[in-house]
Ligand binder design. Structure first.
Ligand code: DOR
Length: 441
């Protein structure tokens, strides 16, 4: 009997848990229903992927899409448009919106706003605070919750739990893996005067290696004491890497494309406040250290930390300028370029951007090219050369720190639950975003 599919992605090079092999992916009702040679099968549509590489859908587990609140910078629609234009099939969005995402109501509001308005699938981090600490165990299990996120150092927005006792209280009640912005607020306060007006290159002097390292040491100590699994976001120092490696039983961590691609002093000379980010882009030593973490398997996932601010806001003189840069759309192109330059294998990229989130956050049915899983695919042309341009950026902010950079490797198609949401740079405007499901919830 011939098999029937809604869609077959034919003759691609599939990269998954099985290695790399030429083959077809058969999709029905939004799921992968067969892999292999499907040349005898019939389908509503056959998508020729000759010369292309089929990856599991890329999951960006750290983005800031600003809705509700400062939606002049971004909203859930525009941020997710940027995601799918860049080959990302699901995002986990951060709680520093206005109002903050810290209660069942504010989470449900975001889910309602995102459903069938976002172009990719989504989950939302819920902010951990002193006030909701006793309820985080319930909050983290609500539909579409990615888990609990805690800011230990202040950044954009008012979320902050800087003290050990506050963090301990939250980790007493979490069961799922909680995510942390790890910079030591006490040290940041002490060193504020080191910020040089008008000079963004003083940002990493103020928010120094010790600020990140001290905080990560304190945080990991509390995790060990409470037995709670934690995730350290956006690792920016070489020094945290061997420390994290000692604590892999409970601790996972994230690297960002900007900490792997940019480094001072050049980045600050060229980009000024555009490269201002928390935790900061540092020097080549730090960048090499984070790469070491990627190469040694210590880093678990990649997140873009897409944190849009308008060019007008970024044009304010440092330190009045806000921290953050766009990133969700450039994650795949930048990382494919790193693959082509031999800094990581394509298999390791898949491990970081799909298998990693599936494994550490307990995502149900996403993050693998496997029969029974959602048909989320990132289809790329590993040989295509493109120059990244501000005009290509779909974020409301319309700029990228990588403007003018030529990369090799480019996302050609974004497939969300079987649908071609982006193909060859064109967006299918029919938005179908749905909440990501978790088996840990
Ligand atoms: O630079 C940053 N910007 N780091 C953060 O942690 C928050 C983000 C934002 O929301 O702007």
């Amino acid at each position: 009997m011939t098999q029937t599919f809604d869609r077959i992605f034919r003759h691609g090079e599939i990269v998954n848990h099985d290695g790399r092999h030429q083959g077809d992916v058969g999709v029905k009702d939004g799921r992968i229903t067969a892999l292999g040679d499907l040349s005898q099968a019939s389908a509503g549509e056959v998508v020729d992927c000759t010369g292309l590489t089929i990856l599991p859908g890329v999951i960006d587990s750290q983005v800031h899409f600003r809705e509700p609140g400062p939606t002049h910078k971004e909203d859930l629609e525009s941020g997710s448009r940027a995601a799918v234009m860049g080959g990302v099939t699901a995002v986990f969005e951060m709680p520093n919106t206005d109002p903050l995402t810290i209660s069942p109501e504010t989470l449900a509001d975001k889910v309602k706003r995102g459903q069938h308005r976002m172009h990719c699938d989504f989950a939302f981090w819920v902010g951990g605070t002193r006030e909701n600490a006793r309820h985080v165990g319930e909050l983290e299990r609500l539909p579409a919750a990615a888990g609990i996120k805690v800011f230990m150092g202040s950044s954009t927005g008012s979320l902050l739990v800087e003290d050990d006792e506050g963090v301990r209280e939250i980790l007493r009640y979490t069961r799922r893996r909680a995510a942390f912005h790890s910079e030591d607020e006490y040290r940041l306060r002490e060193r504020r005067d080191l910020r040089v007006p008008g000079d963004a290159s003083s940002h990493p002097v103020w928010r120094d290696v010790e600020a990140a390292l001290n905080c990560t040491r304190r945080l990991v100590g509390i995790a060990e004491e409470t037995g709670a699994p934690i995730h350290v976001l956006h690792i920016s120092t070489a020094e945290e890497i061997p420390f994290l490696a000692e604590h892999k039983r409970l601790v996972t961590c994230e690297a960002t494309p900007h900490h792997l691609t940019l480094a001072g002093p050049e980045a600050y000379e060229k980009l000024g406040t555009l490269v201002q980010m928390n935790p900061p882009v540092r020097d080549a030593h730090a960048r090499n250290g984070v790469w070491h973490g990627v190469q040694q398997g210590i880093v678990d996932v990649l997140g873009s930390d897409h944190a849009p601010h308008t060019l007008e806001e970024k044009a304010k003189p440092y330190p009045e300028s806000p921290s953050g840069m766009t990133g969700v759309q450039t994650l795949v192109p930048l990382m494919l370029d790193h693959v082509n330059k031999g800094r990581l294998s394509l298999e390791r990229f898949v491990d970081l951007s799909s298998h990693g989130p599936n494994r550490i956050f307990g995502i149900a049915g996403k993050g693998r090219i496997a029969v029974g899983y959602d048909a989320d695919l990132t289809i790329v042309d590993m040989k295509r050369q493109e120059t990244i341009r501000n005009e290509w950026i779909a974020s409301k902010c319309g700029w990228t720190p990588y403007q003018g950079m030529t990369v090799t490797g480019w996302p050609v198609g974004t497939i969300v639950r079987g649908a071609r949401v982006m193909w060859e740079g064109s967006l299918d405007e029919h938005s179908r975003g749905e909440p990501v499901k978790f088996w840990t919830a």
